[in-house]
Design a protein around this ligand. Structure first.
Ligand code: SAH
Length: 396
């Protein structure tokens, strides 16, 4: 049963529907009133305008997301419930773990695994855990113990060094909770070896959401001239090279990422040309030089972290799509991505297709893909579908 002694958050009329559909967030501006004195990081009961129970979750007045629901049922939040969610999350990943030549995947994807603010990635023997919501902080050990029980990692690294923590009113730090961190972490992804920087890299060290799309690019790359823009440590570029591309160029603005691409190409005995540059400038210069490619991948960071910046984000996606299309002859393939959940799929697709229209070129939509399945989408929580992956072929 829900705990009658908890403070009660009343949501305004009209917002109960999304909660009933399984949405786990209550924003500050969705709250009508609060009964009792909730403490940041502690549990509250959420009810609708008619006092109907909506769920139990963590309160944090410092976060825009004032309540993160852990359950929509009448059940008590215990260590065992949290541990069970971790076990369920790890068990679901067996589908990905059984892929040949793959030893890494996302184990916990926050709200979509019903563990708000908890991110956990497995990189070969190293499990990297991030706690990004205040209420989850006190369950760190419970989560760590369950991960060790399920995954038997050589090392469990608590990588609590993300700007989101500051916004939630938490400190940033990194600590090894179990085992010892090897000097170098090398993962296997579809048979390709990748050196990953779990301490100094972006996010947890590597973007596992693109694994399946990395594999997908291979079928277009035999004998092709391939350009991988926003390549990070070379996921697309290395798969293209492995598929027998004639040439592969990987471009990223981060010098440390470019160093890792070089290291990773050497690790696999593959040839990848690297360029450290701003892709907007690089693409423009390539157009000016009348360069030609058969396959181009665009995978920029989130241009928009807020809904209000959508127009700017669209301009960004369109600009790089326009440049890329100018570099692709008839038959050329463009794989273009948006990893911002603020960018709706239809808006993104229409933005990219409008670039082709502006150029008076017809395109074939090969497919529309999304993030790999270890980043599951929770029904009722559309924010969990964030990666859009649009594959086009230029027809003329
Ligand atoms: N394609 C990668 C992930 C890309 S993440 C993969 O499949 O794993 C986005 C990358 O864009 C980051 O590596 C970041 O360093 C880079 N980046 C950000 N802004 C950039 C810019 N203006 N020009 C080039 N690279 C940029």
């Amino acid at each position: 049963m829900s705990n009658p002694s908890l403070p009660i958050v009343h949501v305004i009329n009209g917002r109960q529907k999304k909660l009933m559909q399984g949405h786990p967030w209550v924003y500050g501006n969705e709250i009508e009133r609060v009964e009792g004195e909730p403490i940041d990081g502690e549990l509250v009961t959420v009810v609708d305008f008619r006092n109907k129970y909506m769920g139990t979750g963590f309160y944090n007045s410092k976060s825009l997301i004032t309540v993160r629901l852990l359950t929509h049922r009448q059940e008590e939040i215990t260590d065992e419930l949290i541990a069970r969610r971790v076990r369920e999350a790890c068990a679901y990943r067996r589908f990905v773990k059984s892929r040949p030549g793959t030893d890494s995947c996302r184990l916990i994807y926050g709200e979509a695994d019903r563990l708000p603010g908890v991110i956990c990635d497995r990189f070969a023997g190293v499990v990297v855990l991030q706690i990004l919501a205040l209420g989850m902080e006190k369950y760190t050990q419970v989560i760590a113990d369950a991960l060790i029980e399920c995954e038997h990692p050589d090392c469990l690294l608590l990588q609590n060094d993300d700007a989101i923590r500051r916004k939630e009113g938490m400190e940033c730090f990194t600590r090894v909770l179990h085992g010892a961190l090897p000097e170098q972490v090398v993962i296997n992804e579809n048979g390709i070896r990748l050196s990953v920087d779990v301490m100094g890299g972006q996010k947890t060290g590597y973007f596992l959401d693109q694994k399946d799309n990395h594999l997908f690019v291979r079928q277009f790359c035999k004998g092709a001239r391939v350009l991988d823009c926003f390549s990070y440590i070379g996921g697309f570029a290395l798969n293209a090279a492995a598929a027998g591309a004639e040439s592969v160029t990987a471009v990223d603005i981060s010098e440390s990422a470019v160093q890792l691409i070089k290291q990773n190409a050497a690790l696999n005995g593959l040839a990848v040309d690297t360029v450290c540059a701003n892709c907007f400038d690089y693409l423009r210069a390539q157009v000016k030089d009348k360069q030609r490619y058969d396959v181009i991948v665009l995978d920029p960071p989130a241009f928009t972290k807020a809904h209000a910046n959508m127009a700017n984000a669209c301009r960004g996606y369109k600009e790089i799509a326009l440049s890329a299309m100018r570099l692709l002859p008839a038959g050329g393939v463009l794989a273009t991505h948006s990893c911002s959940y603020h960018m709706p799929e239809d808006v993104f697709v229409n933005t990219v297709l409008s670039a082709a229209q502006d150029l008076h070129r017809q395109v074939r939509v090969i497919t529309l893909r999304r993030q790999d399945i270890d980043h599951p989408v929770l029904a009722g929580y559309p924010e969990s579908h964030y990666l859009k992956s649009l594959w086009l072929q230029m027809l003329d």
